[in-house]
Design a protein around this ligand. Structure first.
Ligand SMILES: Cc1ncc(COP(=O)(O)O)c(C=O)c1O
Length: 442
């Protein structure tokens, strides 16, 4: 294998990248849809959003869809819909973006973190079971970085313990788990549609469900105008007209307009992403030290739009080379998306350990729980080690084989030259990864 660019060799990635990484794809149709809303003065209305909801429900095959101004609100409303409230516990993976679980705090509930599986990076059903107590109300599962969770095991557990399952599909819209669309397997599927995601509406969120009560509770919580006389859930009726949560969560219609156009082309666009990403990983199959983060080909499962794709790093196959040094070498080859790590384990953040958010006189996590929930360093070893075992890979939106091949070569070169890299490897920093890895930094 040729000399590493990091050590003075020629870089692997040299070709013009064309529109390989351009996202979202915005055309005149998106622009026209936005202008129509603007010219009508309909930014704060709901008619475009309702059309978007109907199209989303049809696409995913659910009875109901509800739009939000962002994904965080959709997660919180999904929790409220599932009756998460004072003193309840919500189980969630420690490796995810904070919005999968922090909204539990404002409902008076407490997050309880579970481990992720080292190869899928998704919540580990065996570990969930260990964390269930009589206070557990719901499980938030995150199809992390597009990889579907083990939904069969999770739904079995939920049934056994009478728990609700909230699927956070912010990374996985359009993903398939054993032939079923993710977001439609649990009791409710919530998602972000912010502009860095694979399915984009701008700053927006949505949830989908077949359960009328969950839908109407969410309407009651943050959609005051739609919480009206038509509500069917009897115990909610007396309160219609004002939002029970005290929040205003309606989607901005400029976003709804963009979302409708994006959804129309989404399946076609993610098909190309899937072809490109699978080609990239097929080229790297068998390369020591690195492994694809994707379901097995015969599983009937897919990665949806491959949001923020990562790989699994096995330093033991590269003489103990740190992922930090490995990623540095890959970036020097011109494959700049290769950063070490992913999200930091949430259970280690002070927000879940010492922070008194609402003035209870003790940490919110303790104040909200009926027992002392503490998960200090060392309590979730797989999650705590996951950042040393993951790295970013390019998110190809187009299938240009020669560009993908150059990028694959960058990773192969770094793996093949690991002995050279070991000479200057100073290891991983302690705080590898990021708390909000996925914020859109444009
Ligand atoms: C897994 C996950 N859940 C929820 C959210 C929150 O969505 P939003 O940023 O639209 O509020 C995000 C990210 O943005 C996310 O990555």
């Amino acid at each position: 294998m040729s000399k590493l660019a990091l050590l003075g060799g020629a870089a692997a990635v040299t070709k013009d990248q064309k529109d390989t990484f351009k996202w979202p794809v915005i055309t005149k149709e998106d622009e026209d849809a936005v202008l129509e809303v603007l010219r009508k003065g309909g930014m704060s209305g709901t008619e475009v959003t309702k059309k978007f909801e109907a199209e989303m429900a049809e696409w995913l095959g659910t009875k109901y869809a509800l739009g939000f101004h962002n994904g965080t609100a959709s997660v919180q409303a999904a929790m409220y819909g599932c009756k998460v409230g004072a003193g309840d516990e919500v189980i969630c993976p420690s490796i995810t973006y904070w919005a999968s679980v922090v909204p539990a705090f404002s409902l008076g509930a407490t997050p309880v973190f579970a481990e992720v599986e080292p190869d899928t990076l998704c919540i580990d059903p065996n570990d969930i079971e260990k964390r269930i107590t009589k206070y557990t109300k719901a499980i938030v599962v995150v199809h992390y970085l597009g990889h579907p969770c083990d939904m069969d095991s999770i739904m079995k557990l939920a049934k056994k313990h009478n728990l609700k399952v909230i699927e956070d599909i912010s990374h996985a819209q359009g993903g398939i788990y054993k032939g079923k669309k993710v977001g439609t397997i649990g009791h409710v599927g919530a998602m972000s549609l912010m502009s860095g995601k694979s399915l984009v509406a701008g700053e927006a969120g949505m949830f989908v469900t077949d359960d009328l009560e969950i839908f109407e509770r969410a309407l009651a919580f943050g959609h005051y105008e739609r919480f009206d006389g038509k509500i069917q859930t009897a115990y909610l009726k007396p309160y219609s007209g004002l939002p029970l949560g005290g929040y205003k969560y309606r989607m901005h219609q400029l976003s709804a307009a963009v979302g409708r156009v994006q959804l129309k082309y989404y399946e076609k666009r993610i098909k190309e992403i899937q072809k490109a990403m699978n080609y990239f990983w097929d080229l790297l199959e068998g390369t020591p030290g690195i492994k694809a983060h994707r379901p097995a080909g015969a599983s009937g499962s897919t990665m949806g739009g491959w949001y923020f794709p990562h790989g699994i790093y096995k330093s033991e196959e590269l003489g103990g080379l740190s992922v930090t040094k490995f990623a540095e070498a890959v970036r020097a080859e011109g494959a700049t998306a290769c950063g070490p790590g992913c999200n930091r384990p949430l259970h280690l953040h002070a927000l879940f350990n010492t922070c008194d958010v609402y003035g209870h006189g003790k940490p919110t996590r303790i104040a909200n729980s009926k027992r002392e929930v503490r998960q200090p360093e060392g309590s979730l070893p797989v999650s705590e080690g996951i950042n040393a075992r993951t790295f970013g890979v390019p998110w190809f939106k187009k299938f240009y084989p020669e560009i993908i091949e150059e990028h694959a070569l960058a990773f192969k070169k770094a793996a093949a030259n690991y002995k050279e890299l070991l000479k200057s490897d100073t290891g991983n920093p302690k705080d590898l990864g990021d708390w909000h890895f996925f914020s859109h930094k444009q």
